[in-house]
Every structure is written in C-alpha cells, then in structure tokens.
Write a protein that binds this ligand. Structure first.
Ligand code: ADP
Ligand code: MG
Length: 674
C-alpha cells in the first residue's frame, strides 16, 4: 500500500502530481516521509502592541469588523480588524470566498503569519484558528514543509494528514525497538506521527533525528551486507610475468607521479592475492586515474585474464577506449568498446571475441552489464566515476561469479575526509593526492553580467591563439518557466557571431549518442574550438588544449559541480581561465558560495563548503557528484548518527528484512554507495 502512487489519492491530479514529483514525492510512503523543515509554534502569542514588521507571529484576538474594499486595479480584497487588549491589527485577504463568512465580528481567532506593512501593520493571508468552532484545526504546533511553486502549506498539510490517518499505523518497523525507545518513542508509527504533529517543536526535531538515524541505518545495512558477502568470496591470485609494470610504464610519454606509483603498488599487491580486491582509487579531477586503471588492466591481461572498464557515459567510454588502447595495444593487449550505440554487427563480433578470449579488455558503458555480455575470464572490473552507478548494478556484475573478479572503483568524489571512513567502510582506499607535473595555472574569476563583452573579447583572443573553450549553461534548451540562458539558444547565437569562425559545437544530454561522439571528436581534433554545453561535460572529458571555460548563471550550480566542470580545463601545459558568470539576481549568499572556488582548488574542501552552505534546492545538484543524497539525514548535522548507524548495522545484520525498505526509500534518489 505504501508504494501506491500518490496520483491515485483523492485530490491529486496530474498537475499536483508533477509538483509533488519535483519534491521527490511519488508514493504514499514519500508523503509520510516528507519531513517538515521547521514547525510553526502557535503556543507563543504576541501582543498586538508589540508587533514588529518582518517577524512571524501569532496573535490572539476578537474580530471587530470585516469589510470589502476595491483597489485601484479593480481587485476586491477583504480587510478584517482584530483586537486584543493592547491594540488592533489588520488582516488582509485577496481570496476570501469562504473565510469572509467566518470572520464575523465577535469571532475569536488566533491569526498566524508574517507582519507586513500594507497600509498599516497587517498580516496578509494569515493562518487562522477559529477558537469557537469545534472542527477547526486547533493543533498549536504546525509543520512547515519544503514546498515547490504552486503548493501551499495548507494543501501539503491536508495531503499528509490524509495519509497519516490512513497509513501511519501500517508502516513496517525499521530500527530495533530498544533504539526507538532510547530516542523516546514507542514505535515507528509514533515517530512518523510526531514528526508531522509534535506536541512541541523539540519533539518534532527528535522524531526527525530518529528518521535520519533510520535512513543511515538502512543504507549502512546494505553496505554491511555487501561487504560481508564480498568477504566470503574467493578471488583470483594473478601471476603476471616479471617486469610487466616496468614495461607498461616504459611505454608512457611521461613518468608516473609518486601517488600513482604507490596506488599501483597497492593494486598490484591486491591482484596477486586470492581474495577479491575491493579498492577505491580516489583522486581529484585531473590527478591521472586513467593511467592507473590501464596499468591494472595490463597486470590482469598479462596474467591471462580479461578486464572490464566501465564509464558512465558514451563520450567517456570512447575516450577511455582511445587512451587505454593506446597504452595497452602496443603490448599486444586487445581492447574493445561496447556502448548502447554500438552497431549490432559490431556488437556480435565483440561478444564472440570475448567468448573465444581474443579480446582482453572490454571498455564500455552500462551496456556491459547486460546479460548477454559474457566475459568468461573476467579477472578485473574497474568502474570509473563509480558514484554514477548504483550498488545493485555493480554487484550484479560480480555476485554470481566464483572465483570473484578483483574490483577497482575510481572516483573524483569529493566526499569530506571525515565522512569517508564511514562511507567507504571496509573498502581499501588509495588516494592520488598529487597532480601530474607540468600543468599550467588555472585562474578562476567570478564575473558580473556586465563583463560579458570583456569575456567575449578574451575568448576571441584565446581562440585566435589556437586554444579551445567550453561554454556551459544550466539548461540545454530555452525554458518557459525559467528566464535563463540556455545552451541551444546560445549555440545558435555564437555560431553566427565573430566566434563562429573558430568552429562552435553543441553538446547536450538530449542528443543521440552518435551526435555526441561526433561533436566531441571534432572538439578533440580541433575542428571546432568552442564547445557549448551543459553539465554533461563535467565527467572526465580530457582535452588538454582546452584553456577557457565560461559558466553562465554559475550560482545555480553546486560548488562541487563547478569544481568538476573547472577540472575540464588546465589539463595541458598552458595557463587556463575559468569565468564564473553570476546572474543578476545572484544575491549575497550566491556570491559568497562562488567565492569559495576562487579561494581553493582542493575538491575535498570545496565539497565540505558545499555541504555546509548548500540550501535544500542544491541537493539535487550535488547528488550527481558523489555526495550521497539523503532525504532526511544531513551529513553535516547528523554525522554522529551516521557513526551510530554504522555500528548498529555492523552488529545487527538486518539487511534481509530491510531490503524492501531500502527500495521504498531510496528509489529515485539513486543513493551513492561505496
Ligand atoms: P582523472 O583522474 O581526472 O581521470 P585523467 O586520467 O583523465 O585524470 O588524466 C588527466 C590528464 O593527465 C591526462 O591528459 C593524462 O594523460 C595526464 N597524466 C596522467 N598522469 C600523468 C603523469 N604522471 N604525468 C603527466 N601527465 C599525466
Ligand atoms: Mg577520469
């Protein structure tokens, strides 16, 4: 029942369904878990004589009069005067069809809302409690929910009230009973009821903490399960010929950094043991993870096994195919590329050569997870930008195999160090904390819209010198709702302007795989110098000639996301420039956030700041960048709960009973594990 789509509920049509969906609410369960961001405490009553404009207050009094007035534009409004024994306050209503009936003189009410100055001190559209009416909502502590355009607190409360009374009693248990009791609750239904309607705000916040603990617990239980399962498996002890790594390194046009060498040593040691490797290779954008992956493949293939390298996008997969095969094929290791866009005939050849062992390394996208892709001698599985994949997907590739392949996850995930231990748990972690030498400097500038023409001049100058640029927009196409510049429109404009002569291309997520590959190919070869795009370029694209990046409406992006984007430039030897263009309505808060990028290029620090500064709206942006998106829990404020959840999960082994809970809760959120 909890899985039931909210659109089947009374009062929810397609439009309301879309609004709810923007808040991540698809099911009845989602509604139950739509936790208030705060509470409105109507127990505290302010005297009318001491009201201050701009404050949220509750006023208790008696209606003196209610009159209809007409404003200059012909709109009618209702003004009611309320009196307590200290003074009078005006309540103003623009929609009043049924409220008017109830605001007759002598009616006793509590009015709540923000004090405005609207031709005198006033509350516009206050929330009302009618003290003399038995069926009025007289609960004194009311939930304030996260909302979206078109949804009011009143509507949200009605929806949640309805599901609470019908379904709250049937929610399955999650936390062990003694833990619930220690948080001050008898059972889970009570927690869910109290989070929406607590007796006082503190009780509400305690209920929220309990649900946050639950959320971490469910997640940690999955990780715990995955780890225990993995620990039971036998691995493949690889025996590469002597000098394999030296030979690999000898073929490179550069020497490996100290960090790359130590990561490789650790990986090489893991591969020779008969326990499956589970290692995370973490390194900021541009730290050179790909070459480490290629070296691991060479050990695997020279030991007689096959390797798989999976990337989250076609563009990235084909780029990996290009760079990795250039490193491996000279040594006789054969690499193939399999993506959703691979032609059927080509796919057949690939699958056959995997089967007969003539293909050593398969590089691809999700397509490699398909069942018909059989890799008989798979010894090593590498997942790049691992946070883009779900844990289930990844485990599926590995779980049925015995002996189990070695496993290398790669990530630029800027998860703060303090949390990494809990998140990665038993995974071994290697960090590339050293950038390859010979990189130019990247200068980051936060710019006003007024400076557009100087940025344009700058681009003309740089392109004239044969360099390349990315121009990034938050949207791929013009939107009716949002007045933002978008990639498609700007592409059309830039193409026709003076920059057009340098070749302008458009890359967006909506394009077909072939089109994407074609345009990135042209950008790589220099046939076009300017790539207009969205955040699709943020993952892994490696074009060393790119030296300029311009990000429009920069404050709309998460800081980590901007950091990833910026990582696309400054990859070659020359200096680079990143221009973060603020919108007109950027605001002080937005400008302060952007300034963080000016002050540091340490991805970990940026992520930490991002977590601290981000408002609720930004969660969606960071979600895709490796910071797990929890619905209720906050990684900053609830980090103590995370530790508690980890130890509870380690000792309780409740995963089997929590599997459904996991699916219900994390569906669509694509929680980013390990
Ligand atoms: P990321 O860690 O972001 O995936 P890449 O593997 O794409 O980084 O490497 C970024 C760039 O650095 C590539 O152009 C690569 O050729 C180069 N690179 C990697 N290692 C070294 C090194 N030791 N010395 C010089 N350049 C290197
Ligand atoms: Mg990479």
């Amino acid at each position: 029942m909890l899985k039931t789509d909210v659109r089947y509920l009374k009062g929810i049509g397609p439009a309301r369904g879309r609004q709810l969906s923007k808040l991540g609410i698809e099911t009845i369960y989602d509604l139950l878990l739509h936790v208030p961001r705060d509470y409105h405490d109507r127990r505290i009553i302010t005297r009318i004589s001491s009201l201050v404009p701009g404050t949220e207050v509750n006023v208790s009094g008696t209606v003196v009069s209610s009159v209809y007035l007409k404003s200059r534009n012909g709109k009618r409004r209702l003004e009611s005067i309320v009196r307590d024994n200290t003074g009078e306050l005006k309540l103003t209503f623009f929609h009043f069809s049924y409220i008017a009936e109830r605001l007759k003189p002598h009616t006793r009410i509590i009015a709540s809302g923000k004090i405005d100055y609207f031709g005198g001190i006033s509350i516009v559209h206050p929330e009302l409690i009618f003290l003399d009416e038995p069926d009025s909502d007289t609960r004194l502590v009311l939930p304030l929910y996260p909302l979206t355009a078109g949804l009011s607190q009143g509507v949200m409360r009605k929806l949640i009230d309805a599901v609470l009374s019908e379904y709250a009693s049937s929610v399955p248990a999650v936390l062990p009973p003694d833990v619930l009791v220690s948080m001050g609750f008898q059972n889970r239904s009570e927690v869910i009821r109290k989070v929406h309607y607590p007796d006082d705000p503190d009780e509400g916040f305690r209920a929220r903490r309990t649900l946050a603990l639950e959320e971490f617990f469910v997640h940690q239980s999955l990780l715990n399960y995955v780890r225990t399962q993995a620990a039971k498996r036998t691995g493949i002890a690889m025996i590469p010929p002597d000098g394999t790594l030296a030979e690999f390194a000898g073929g490179l046009p550069y020497s490996l950094t100290g960090a790359q060498n130590s990561a490789l040593e650790a990986i090489a040691a893991d591969l020779t043991r008969n326990v499956p490797m589970r290692r995370l290779l973490q390194g900021d954008v541009g730290s050179g993870k790909t070459v480490v992956a290629a070296a691991a493949c060479s050990i695997c293939c020279r030991s007689g096994y096959q390797a798989v390298l999976v990337a989250p996008t076609e563009v990235l997969a084909s780029q990996h195919h290009r760079t990795v095969s250039a490193m491996l094929e000279p040594a006789g290791i054969r690499c193939g590329l399999l993506t959703g866009g691979t032609k059927i005939s080509q796919r057949r050849i690939l699958l056959e050569s995997l089967l007969d062992g003539s293909l050593d390394v398969l590089i691809g996208t999700h397509a490699v997870f398909e069942e018909r892709v059989v890799i008989p001698e798979m010894g090593l599985c590498i997942i790049d930008e691992q946070h883009k994949f779900g844990v289930e997907q990844r485990e599926k590739l590995l779980s049925e195999r015995e002996p189990s392949p070695h496993f290398l996850l790669m990530s630029a995930t800027p998860i703060p160090r303090t949390l990494a231990m809990t998140f990665y748990g038993d995974l071994d972690v290697s960090v590339l904390d050293e950038m390859p030498p010979g990189r130019g400097n990247t200068t980051t500038r936060v710019m006003n819209r007024d400076s557009r023409s100087s940025v344009y001049e700058f681009l003309l100058d740089r392109m004239g010198k044969g360099e390349r640029a990315y121009i990034i927009y938050p949207l791929r196409e013009a939107s009716k709702e949002l007045d933002l510049k978008d990639a498609a429109t700007s592409y059309e404009i830039l193409k026709r302007g003076p920059l057009g002569g340098f070749g302008v291309g458009l890359l967006t997520g909506a394009m077909k795989a072939e089109e994407k590959l074609e345009v990135t190919g042209k950008f790589l070869s220099g046939e076009i110098s300017i790539l207009v795009s969205t955040t699709v370029v943020e993952v892994g694209l490696d074009v060393p000639e790119a030296t300029v990046m311009v990000v429009s409406h920069a404050e709309r992006f998460g800081l980590s996301q901007l950091h990833q984007l910026r990582g696309r430039i400054g990859r070659g030897g020359s200096n680079s420039w990143c221009f973060l263009m603020k919108s007109e309505d950027c605001g002080v808060e937005g400008a302060r956030r952007l300034a963080v990028l000016n002050s540091t290029d340490d991805g970990f620090r940026i992520a930490e700041q991002d977590l601290k500064l981000r408002g609720p709206g930004e969660v969606a942006g960071t979600r895709q960048h490796g910071i797990p998106a929890f619905r209720i829990a906050s990684l900053i404020d609830d980090s103590d709960l995370l530790e508690q959840a980890a130890s509870m999960a380690g000792s309780s082994n409740l995963w089997e009973s929590l599997r459904d809970e996991y699916k219900l809760r994390f569906r669509g959120l694509d929680i980013l594990e390990l």
